[in-house]
Design a protein around this ligand. Structure first.
Ligand code: PHE
Length: 339
C-alpha cells in the first residue's frame, strides 16, 4: 500500500480504528501496538514511501502521518490505562459479563422434613418445647412407666452416661418436663435428637431425630388423636391420604397404637417402598397413661391426653426413596445438594 495521498492516510485511520475496536486481550493489544506504533510499524514506514512525491506534498503528508500516529498512540495508551483500573489490565475485560457463581448452601434434608412437620403442627395450635439430650434415667424411663428392670427398657438400647443419666432414647421424656412446667390445656410438640446403641447399618443409626406430640386437657379422647393425625398426614403427604391405626404397645400410653399412612408412591396398590403392603408405618401413639400424667403432676381423674412420636429419618427415607440412612450423616455434598 502506498500512502502518497491524504485519502490513503484517512483510509489507514479507518482501518486502525476498526482493528482497535476489535482488540480482545493482551495478545491482540500487543499485535496492534507493533503494527501501528512499533519502530517498524506502518506509520514509520510511511515516511519511506514519500520519496516519489513533491517536497510540498511530502510536508503535508508527513504532518498528516505524524498526527495520525499521535492520535492512535494516545487512544491506545488511554485504553491501556483505563483497563488497568478495571482490574487485571486486560483491555478485553468486560465488567458487564456475569460473575463467577458463588456456591450457596441449603437446608439439610432432615431439617427440611423436620421444619415441615413442625410448621404443620404449629399451625394446628401446638407450641414447640425442647429438652436436653442427656436426660435423667427417671425422665427417660421411670416417669414414663418403665421402672428399673422393666422389660420394655430392653426395646431401647440405651447409652448410659452413669447410673442416673442416659442419652435420651426418645423425645418422650420432654412430655414429663412440659407437664411439670405447664398447666392444661397443653398442646406441645418436641423435636430433637435421640440416641440408641444399635449397630449402624443401612436401616438404623446410633442417633436420629424424632418429633413428639402431646395434648392434655379435659375430655381429650382417642377421636382427637385420630383426627389430629389424619389432618397432619393429609397436610404432609397429600389431601386424600388414608391412615390405618393398629394396636401396639408402649408402657407410657394406654391404649397404644402404631399409625400407617397409605403409601404415597403407589397409592396403596403395593410397591417396593411399602414392601407391597400399600402402607407405611410412620409413628407410635396412644392415650397418655394415667401414671404418666401423675408423674407430670397432672390429675388423671380430671384430665386425659394423647401423645405421639414420629421418626424424622423414617419419613425422609420414605419421602425421597433413599435406601441407606447413613447418607444423612456423611454430609457428602453430592448427596445433600439434591434436596
Ligand atoms: N417414644 C416412642 C418411641 O420412641 C414413640 C411414642 C411416643 C409412642 C409417644 C407413643 C407415644 O418409639
Amino acid at each position: 500500500m502506498q500512502y502518497n495521498t491524504l485519502e490513503s492516510i484517512d483510509a489507514l485511520r479507518a482501518a486502525a480504528a476498526a482493528e482497535f475496536q476489535a482488540i480482545v486481550g493482551d495478545a491482540d493489544a500487543e499485535n496492534f501496538r507493533v503494527k501501528y506504533l512499533g519502530k517498524k510499524g506502518v506509520l514509520r514506514e510511511i515516511m519511506k514511501t514519500l520519496g516519489n512525491v513533491s517536497p510540498e506534498e511530502r510536508k503535508t503528508l508527513g504532518a498528516a502521518a505524524n498526527a495520525l500516529r499521535e492520535e492512535i498512540e494516545s487512544r491506545f495508551n488511554d485504553a491501556r490505562e483505563q483497563s488497568k483500573g478495571d482490574g487485571g489490565g486486560d483491555p478485553g475485560f468486560d465488567p458487564a459479563l456475569p460473575g463467577f457463581p458463588f456456591p450457596s448452601g441449603s437446608l439439610h434434608p432432615l431439617a427440611q422434613i423436620r421444619n415441615h412437620i413442625v410448621e404443620i403442627l404449629a399451625s394446628m395450635g401446638f407450641s414447640i418445647a425442647y429438652g436436653p439430650e442427656v436426660e435423667s434415667d427417671y425422665n427417660n424411663f421411670e416417669a414414663l412407666n418403665m421402672p428399673p428392670l422393666h422389660p420394655a427398657r430392653d426395646m431401647q438400647d440405651t447409652f448410659y452416661i452413669n447410673e442416673k443419666a442416659v442419652l435420651r432414647t426418645h423425645t418422650s421424656p420432654v412430655q414429663i418436663r412440659v407437664m411439670k412446667e405447664q398447666k392444661p390445656p397443653i398442646r406441645a410438640i418436641m423435636p430433637g435428637r435421640v440416641y440408641r446403641n444399635e449397630e449402624v447399618s443401612a436401616r438404623s443409626y446410633c442417633m436420629f431425630y424424632q418429633v413428639e406430640g402431646l395434648f392434655v386437657d379435659k375430655n381429650v379422647s382417642f377421636a382427637d388423636l385420630k383426627g389430629t393425625l389424619l389432618a397432619f398426614s393429609r397436610r404432609f403427604f397429600d389431601e386424600n391420604t388414608k391412615i390405618k391405626i393398629r394396636p401396639s404397645f408402649f408402657p407410657f400410653t394406654e391404649p397404644s397404637v402404631e399409625v400407617d399412612v397409605e403409601c404415597f408412591l403407589c397409592k396403596g396398590k403395593g410397591c417396593g417402598i411399602c414392601k407391597h403392603s400399600g402402607w407405611l408405618e410412620i409413628l407410635g401413639a396412644g392415650m397418655v397413661h394415667p401414671s404418666v400424667l401423675k408423674s407430670g403432676g397432672i390429675d388423671p381423674e380430671i384430665y386425659s391426653g394423647f401423645a405421639f412420636g414420629m421418626g424424622v429419618e423414617r419419613i425422609a427415607l420414605l419421602k425421597y426413596g433413599i435406601d441407606d440412612i447413613r447418607l444423612f450423616y456423611e454430609n457428602d455434598v453430592r448427596f445433600l445438594k439434591q434436596f
